[in-house]
Design a protein around this ligand. Structure first.
Ligand SMILES: [Zn+2]
Length: 304
């Protein structure tokens, strides 16, 4: 099965090497190592005609830049080239710093994810998730003291030896589900979404809950529809900022008019394949092409 956007790629995370500080220092001291510059939620990309590519300068090409940033975060190896995410969020420049100007410009990953080569979208998503976690775990959640980066950035350890808690990157599981019944599927929309967009239902997994239970609960809470059979489809990293989407197809017991929870959704309805084909004429649209939601809907459309 084709990997979802933001997954796949050929990076070897070399997790077993993260504890070897000398090995990491040697990789980072190599001027040929690649940097993955991030600024807030944006990644450095270069555009050439209709193509978009990740801009991955070698460390030796941007002398001085690395020294102005926080600790480099080791992402892994592509062939014999080490890749390090570099968080430039602290730098005052809204645009790319001068050293990076000739390599590209910062862009929201969601805006280019579907047109980047798959491996590059996955690499940038990985860097986005890890840098976000570093910015949001500055202090120990147990004792409140500052944390410091360890193991190439994959551990943030409390600096108080009496506490010593090690924190690991957060990835929050969320289900996303296409509910079907005969020749119809159930889509909803949140008020904050782009006008006219309808998508699959989704929600976070709660403590002590199986994925199947989350699917049933979320669909019932958001629309009042009871699901019978639930089948796993595929997963997608969704570091916007820290989710892992677990995609399902579920069959509803009956087609009942959706009873929308206004705290969750603005609208929900059953749509036939013909209804969805006419979305464009009605000012409606499907979710972004980079999303697993879009894939679940598209695959169902083509089954009919
Ligand atoms: Zn602590």
């Amino acid at each position: 099965m084709k990997p979802n956007v933001y997954s796949g790629g050929d990076i070897d995370r070399a997790a077993f090497m993260r504890r070897d500080e000398n090995w990491l220092l040697a990789r980072y001291a190599d001027p040929r190592c690649r940097l993955v510059p991030m600024h807030g939620t944006r990644a450095l990309v270069r555009r050439a005609n209709s193509l978009v590519r990740a801009a991955l300068p070698r460390r030796g090409e941007v002398a001085g830049l690395a020294e102005r940033c926080g600790a480099p975060l080791f992402l892994g190896m592509v062939g014999d080239e080490a890749h390090f995410a570099l968080d430039l969020t602290q730098l005052p420049e809204a645009a790319a710093p001068p050293e990076l100007e000739r390599f590209g410009e910062f862009a929201e990953l969601r805006g280019v994810g579907a047109v980047l080569p798959a491996g590059e979208a996955a690499l940038l998503a990985y860097a986005r998730g890890l840098t976000h976690w570093h910015r949001s775990q500055l202090f120990c959640g147990r004792c409140g003291r500052p944390t410091e980066s360890r193991q190439g950035g994959h551990v943030l350890a409390c600096t108080d030896p009496a506490c010593g808690t090690e924190h690991f990157p957060r990835t929050d599981p969320a289900i996303i589900v296409l509910v079907t019944a005969g020749d119809r599927c159930l889509l909803g929309r949140q008020a904050r979404w782009t006008a006219g967009m309808f998508s699959t239902l989704a929600g976070f997994v709660e403590p002590g809950e199986s994925l199947e239970e989350t699917v049933a609960r979320e669909v019932m809470e958001e629309t009042g529809v009871r699901v019978a059979r639930t089948r796993y489809h595929s997963s997608q990293p969704w570091p916007f900022p820290a989710s892992l989407m677990l995609g399902f197809i579920a069959e509803a017991e009956h087609i009942v008019p959706p009873r929308v929870d206004p705290h969750e959704l603005e609208a929900a309805a059953w749509f036939s394949r013909a209804d969805i084909a006419a979305f464009g004429e009605q000012g409606r649209r499907l979710p972004g092409e980079d999303s697993i939601a879009r894939r679940l809907i598209e695959e169902w459309l083509h089954q009919g």
